[in-house]
Ligand binder design. Structure first.
Ligand SMILES: [Zn+2]
Length: 215
């Protein structure tokens, strides 16, 4: 038995609380259809590949490719050391917001594929392959602590989303759930397969409130 049974999970780190919507002109959007490197490489080569239908800031429907920022995953199996993503700029004269598009499988802020932290926090049903590069113990501890932390803000977000299925996830776990419990409930109700569970909930949180982090 865990000694914490009966107590709510601990508060998450500050970086996991709150969004960055209002502080920046533009930001990151997640393309939830792009689940692997091959699909990403096809999309990123094509100027239209990731182009948003409209600017999320002003609604203007003409966005141009602005640049190709690089992401540098930390020794990830199956990923090159440099992953190019695409950034678009809104051409409305009074906007000019820029939007970086991340494929679903790349975790914002973690320099990893989502599959890697999922293998650490849920090793039983998502075992790491033998040839996976080792992950520093400190990093693993940080991920596990975040996973065990309170999911209250995320639960509130889901409960207020206006979607019946998402409200059901929030209702199942309640306000005192940990992030681990929320991931499980969401995966169960939304039928997310092992290996995609963290990515799916992280993308959903970011879609509901840009900048809201799962991990
Ligand atoms: Zn705009």
């Amino acid at each position: 038995m865990s000694p914490s049974i009966g107590f709510p999970p601990p508060d998450p780190e500050t970086c996991l609380v709150g969004s960055r919507v209002s502080r920046f002109k533009g930001g990151t959007l997640i393309d939830e259809d792009v689940c692997d490197r091959e699909a990403h490489e096809r999309r990123v080569c094509d100027p239209d590949g990731y182009r948003p239908a409209g600017c999320p800031r002003c609604g203007h429907d003409v966005l141009h490719v602005h640049s190709y920022p690089e992401r540098h995953p930390r020794g990830e199996l199956g990923l090159p050391p440099v992953v190019r993503i695409v950034q678009y700029i809104c051409t409305a004269a009074d906007c000019g917001a820029t939007w970086r598009i991340l494929p679903l499988f790349l975790a914002r802020h973690l320099w990893r594929r989502w599959l890697t932290p999922e293998r650490v926090v849920k090793p039983d049903d998502t075992p790491a392959p033998r040839d996976a590069p080792p992950i520093p113990e400190r990093t693993k501890r940080r991920w596990r602590a975040r996973f065990a932390a309170s999911a209250r803000m995320l639960v509130v977000l889901l409960a207020a989303s206006g979607g019946i299925a998402l409200e059901a996830v929030a209702a199942r776990v309640g306000l005192d759930a940990s992030r681990a419990e929320l991931v499980d409930a969401h995966a169960d109700l939304a039928r997310v397969t092992p290996g995609a569970r963290l990515a799916a909930l992280a993308a959903l949180a970011h879609r509901l409130e840009r900048g809201m982090r799962l991990m």
